[in-house]
Write a protein that binds this ligand. Structure first.
Ligand code: GDP
Ligand code: IMO
Ligand code: MG
Length: 427
């Protein structure tokens, strides 16, 4: 079982950090393949809580090598401060590997992200403001700056000046902002070079060799399936591919090497930022999910929008990712409801629809069709096996599994590493 992908099956914040950390002790490499510090992955180890943004959650497992792949966008200031924050807490960060082909988020990318959102006004995406979209846009436009450019001052200067020629026209003439000086950006970027040099490696070669030698490699997705720029709720998405295929392009590993794809699935649904969300709740149930589930963004501190479980989305995630398993998280949060609604299909313009509509306007009009499942009131946070769960909690999990199209191989009953029911081994 050499290579596994672990990814979000909904709109992010499903509990990927916890799931990655749980497997981290048994894997050799944990690799981030897309996104950047828009992610916020929480790991709880004993009484210690960690919020990871750019570093793979495997960095907390001593035997595991953390890798930032070519598909990630890297804000060097954030990377260095995250590393020093972990070092201060006694975490060994020396094994980190960073792809020289990963693109850099520079100060002008974060500026453009923020001014674009302001310019969009009511039509804004609700981005994290971390410069993600503008950095990926530059990558696709072939005017991006890569990690390897930090080590060649004259190339770096040419690239920064070329990028700013255009960006400054836009900032000054369109957005009425001050121009950004190339010298200032260069000085800042060059200041990171020495500290980063030791981490930079040919990560594609290392990972392929590791897989060929039978080492276990885990690819940790950021964001989630419905935030994917190709398969998500475009334009209300992030600018990368969190779906399973993204692990191949974002790490330079062929699809034939990937043996398992695990979808992290929350027992209800949340979303941060703008965009359609059929099962969203605006009543006290939504408020209760937010309160009990602690649904507040790890990166931006924004309240997450909350709603019931949506099986149409789960089925879609199974399809576009080729999921082999689900890890169902936060089942404990649903304790106490007499009945729990689950969305089994949508009604769109009077018609019942079982699959996620590819048409954006249809999805905006989708109304959830609910089935009621009986709830439970017993505390489940100490459950260690499936049979420890109350009968109605077992029924809820089985119903979700049948609707979602892949086996549920683990269940989260609390934020801690040990608060997990393992049904099938992932390794
Ligand atoms: P990620 O971005 O997918 O890693 O998820 P986040 O860390 O943004 O949000 C998930 C939140 O749920 C974190 O606060 C986790 O500590 C917490 N969490 C994860 N799994 C469980 C679980 O099974 N039960 C409960 N109650 N909390 C969980
Ligand atoms: P993790 O990895 C939830 C959302 C933002 C916004 C949209 C685009 O913790 O699950 P961006 O800054 O990426 O251009 O914003 O995507 N978003 C997330 N929502 N969890 C995340 O990461 C997210 N990363 C980005 O709120 O709607
Ligand atoms: Mg998160």
């Amino acid at each position: 079982m050499p290579a596994l992908v672990l990814l979000g099956a909904q709109w992010g914040d499903e509990g990927k950090g916890k799931a990655t950390d749980l497997l981290g002790g048994s894997v050799d490499y944990v690799v981030r393949y897309q996104g950047g510090n828009n992610a916020g992955h929480t790991v709880v180890v004993g009484d210690q809580k960690y919020a990871l943004h750019l570093l793979p959650s495997g960095i907390l497992s001593p035997g595991c090598t953390p890798v930032i792949g070519n598909g990630v966008v890297v804000d060097p200031a954030v990377l260095l401060s995250e590393l020093s924050g972990l070092q201060e807490r006694g975490v060994d960060t020396s094994k980190l590997l960073l792809s020289g082909n990963a693109h850099l988020i520079t100060p002008y990318h974060t500026t453009v992200d923020k001014v674009t959102e302001r310019f969009l006004g009511k039509r804004k995406i609700g981005t994290t403001g971390r410069g993600i979209g503008p950095t990926y846009a530059d990558k696709i436009n072939r005017v991006g700056i890569r990690v390897q450019d930090l080590f060649d001052e004259s190339i770096l200067r040419q690239k920064v000046e070329a990028a700013l020629d255009f960006k400054n026209q836009m900032l000054v003439k369109l957005y009425n902002r001050r121009a950004i000086a190339a010298d200032q950006v260069l000085e800042e970027l060059l200041g990171y070079a020495d500290e980063l040099r030791g981490f930079v490696a040919d990560t594609t070669l290392i990972l392929n060799n590791a897989i060929d030698e039978g080492k276990v490699v885990l690819f940790e997705g950021g964001q989630g399936t419905l935030l994917d720029v190709d398969h998500g709720t475009y334009p209300f998405v992030t600018s990368s591919n969190p779906t399973a295929g993204g692990a191949c392009t974002g790490a330079g590993v062929g699809p034939t090497k990937i043996s398992r794809v695990i979808g992290i699935l929350k027992a209800y649904t949340t979303r941060v930022g703008a965009g359609p969300f059929p099962t969203e709740l605006f009543d006290e149930d939504g408020e209760a999910l937010r309160r009990i589930g602690g649904e507040r963004g790890v990166t931006t501190g924004r309240d997450r929008r909350c709603g019931w479980f949506d099986a149409v989305i789960a089925r879609y995630a199974t399809r576009v990712n080729g999921l082999t398993d689900f890890f169902l998280t936060k089942l404990d949060v649903l304790t106490g409801w007499e009945q729990i609604p689950v969305c089994v299909a949508y009604e769109i313009d009077g018609k019942r629809v079982e699959e996620l509509p590819y048409n954006q306007t249809d999805f905006h009009h989708a109304k959830p069709v609910y089935e009621m499942l009986p709830g439970w009131s017993e505390d489940i946070s100490k459950a260690k096996t499936f049979s420890d769960l109350p009968k109605n909690a077992q029924r809820y999990v089985k119903a979700l599994e049948e609707m979602s199209g892949a086996p549920i191989s683990a269940i989260g009953v609390g934020p801690g590493r040990t608060e997990t029911i393992e049904i099938n081994s992932f390794l």
